[in-house]
Ligand binder design. Structure first.
Ligand SMILES: C[S@@+](CC[C@H](N)C(=O)[O-])C[C@H]1O[C@@H](n2cnc3c(N)ncnc32)[C@H](O)[C@@H]1O
Length: 245
C-alpha cells in the first residue's frame, strides 16, 4: 500500500487499539498456554504493541521482553501503571535485533503477517531460531487464509454497527503476492471519518512450516485454539509451536 511502512499500522491505531481488541479475544487462555510453554524462562514477544498479552503474561511470573516498530503503541503500553517496566526494543521484528536467548518467542494475533514479504517472514524465522534456548519454542498464532472472503479480489463489510456508528472494512487482495491491503473505516455521527490502514502478507500453515524448516525448526504442535482444540480443515486460525529440529 502506497505510503505504508512497518510503523504505520501501530502509529495509526494505537489510540483505539485496546478499545477495539483489548477484550475481544480469550486473553486468559492465551496467557495460560504461553505461561505453560514459557516454563519459567524468559519470553520475547514480537510486535508487543500495547502489552495486551505481555502484561498479563508478566503477571503470571514470566519475564517478557518485547520488540515493536511503533512508538505510539509502546507509549500506550508505558501509560499502563506497572511496578517494573517491560523492556522493549524499538525496531523491525524480522531482524530480532536483541541480546540473549529465550525459552519462548511468540508472535500472536496475525502479527507475523505484518511482515510484508515472504523474504521478511523467512528472515524472521531464521533470526528467531538464533534467539531460542536449546529447549526453546517459537509460537505463532495466525489465521488460516480464506479465499471465500473475496469476490474479484476485493471485499467490503461491516465489522461493527450501532445506532450512532459503523465500522467498515474495505480490502484488496493480491493472490500472487499473497497480500491484502485494508482500510478499517470508522464512521460516527457528527464526527470526522477515521481510517486505520493495515497491509498484510498471509501464509498458509504449510508455508510457515516450510519457513520453519528452512530456519532449522520443526513443528511440535498445532492447535485450532488456545485451549488446545484440534486443528482441522474447519479451523479459522491456528496456534503453532516450533522447536529446534
Ligand atoms: C496486531 S498488533 C499486535 C499487538 C500485540 N501483540 C497484541 O497481540 O495485542 C501488531 C503489532 O506489531 C507491530 N509491528 C508491525 N509490524 C512490525 C515490524 N515489522 N516490526 C516490529 N513491530 C511491528 C505493530 O506496531 C503492532 O504493535
Amino acid at each position: 500500500m502506497k505510503g505504508y511502512g512497518a510503523r504505520t499500522y501501530g502509529d495509526r491505531i494505537a489510540g483505539v487499539y485496546d478499545e477495539l481488541y483489548g477484550t475481544l479475544f480469550d486473553v486468559d487462555a492465551t496467557v495460560t498456554l504461553l505461561a505453560e510453554l514459557g516454563g519459567g524462562g524468559p519470553a520475547l514477544e514480537l510486535g508487543i504493541g500495547t502489552g495486551r498479552i505481555a502484561l498479563p503474561l508478566e503477571d503470571r511470573g514470566v519475564d517478557v521482553t518485547g520488540i515493536d516498530a511503533s512508538e505510539a503503541m509502546v507509549a500506550e503500553l508505558r501509560a499502563k501503571p506497572r511496578e517494573d517496566d517491560i523492556p522493549v526494543v524499538m525496531g523491525d521484528f524480522a531482524d530480532v535485533d536483541i541480546e540473549g536467548r529465550f525459552k519462548l518467542v511468540f508472535v500472536v494475533f496475525n502479527t507475523l503477517f505484518n511482515l510484508a514479504t515472504q523474504d521478511e517472514q523467512v528472515r524472521c524465522f531464521t533470526n528467531v531460531t538464533k534467539h531460542l534456548t536449546e529447549d526453546g519454542v517459537f509460537l505463532v498464532e495466525a489465521f488460516v487464509p480464506d479465499m471465500t472472503r473475496y469476490t474479484r479480489h476485493q471485499t467490503t463489510g461491516v465489522d461493527r454497527l450501532d445506532s450512532e456508528s459503523v465500522h467498515l472494512e474495505a480490502s484488496r487482495h493480491d493472490p500472487v503476492n499473497q497480500t491484502v491491503d485494508s482500510q478499517h473505516i470508522h464512521l460516527r455521527r457528527g464526527e470526522p471519518v477515521e481510517m486505520y490502514p493495515v497491509s498484510i502478507r498471509y501464509a498458509y500453515p504449510s508455508e510457515l512450516d516450510l519457513m520453519a524448516r528452512l530456519a532449522g525448526l520443526r513443528l511440535r504442535a498445532r492447535w485450532g485454539g488456545w485451549h488446545k482444540e484440534p486443528f482441522t480443515s474447519e479451523s479459522k486460525f491456528h496456534v503453532s509451536v516450533y522447536e529446534h529440529a
